[in-house]
Design a protein around this ligand. Structure first.
Ligand code: ZN
Length: 243
């Protein structure tokens, strides 16, 4: 195998690691932005339901007090019935009691309707609260994790960058430049083995003449289709690379 190819394989490995770290680092704020939006939406839903629930609580309380008052009024009227002397007054009082009772039944129906709505909002409020708290907990935890992670990214990348510079010293600058262009254009894979007349980078056929020349290992060749740098890899060398 050509010395330049060996260097390029090492360069590709370290550059691929750098690229992976950079991609992860760049994607991080976006990942958190989605989570943040989801959390904020849940918060808004929770806040809205919270005020609706509070309003219903107040309505319920008011109605219950009112009913309590009216019931007491009936009890007082009933007690007064005993002290009434004339029939006219007595029947007038009975009529009043009857009217209050009827109004109370109406209020009780109102309360019943209110209770149905109350319970519905209460259960929606509780699940919205739980959802918001779960999302917030998750977001805060991830944020903490990410802050720590972000710090380590930069130092890891810097270390790899040094390693890359060290390796690149073994390659002349034109070849390094050429390699970097293909690396960028081909998503981090710039040097690949040619096997069975096929470029393993793009899986296209390599003309037999070119394949034969690659096997001679006299200089660098590139794939006519994807421009990746091709090398001939025999089994022995593959084993050695793995080790
Ligand atoms: Zn190719």
């Amino acid at each position: 195998m050509l010395k330049d190819v060996k260097t390029m394989i090492l360069l590709q490995e370290v550059m691929f690691k750098i690229k992976a770290l950079e991609d992860e680092r760049n994607a991080t704020p976006e990942k958190i932005a989605d989570q943040k939006n989801e959390m904020l939406q849940a918060e808004e839903e929770f806040t809205n339901l919270s005020s609706e629930f509070e309003e219903l609580k107040k309505q319920r309380r008011d109605l219950e007090y009112e009913l309590e008052d009216e019931k007491e009024k009936i009890e007082r009227s009933k007690a007064r019935l005993m002290t009434i002397k004339t029939n006219r007054e007595y029947f007038a009082m009975l009529k009043e009691i009857d009217m209050t009772k009827r109004m109370n039944r109406q209020k009780e129906e109102e309360l019943l309707e209110l209770m149905i709505r109350y319970e519905e909002i209460e259960s929606r409020f509780n699940s919205a609260k739980e959802r918001y708290e779960t999302l917030k907990g998750k977001y805060d935890g991830n944020m903490e994790e990410i802050k720590k992670h972000m710090k380590s990214f930069d130092s890891d990348i810097a270390k790899l960058q040094k390693e890359k510079d060290q390796i690149a010293k073994n390659l002349d600058s034109n070849k390094t430049k050429r390699f970097e262009i293909v690396f960028k254009r081909r998503n981090g894979i710039a040097v690949v083995p040619a096997k069975n007349y096929i470029c393993t980078g793009c899986n296209m056929n390599i003309p037999p003449q070119l394949f034969n020349m690659i096997q001679k290992e006299d200089r660098l060749y590139e794939c006519p289709n994807c421009s990746r740098i091709l090398y001939y890899e025999n089994d022995k060398e593959r084993e050695a690379l793995k080790g």
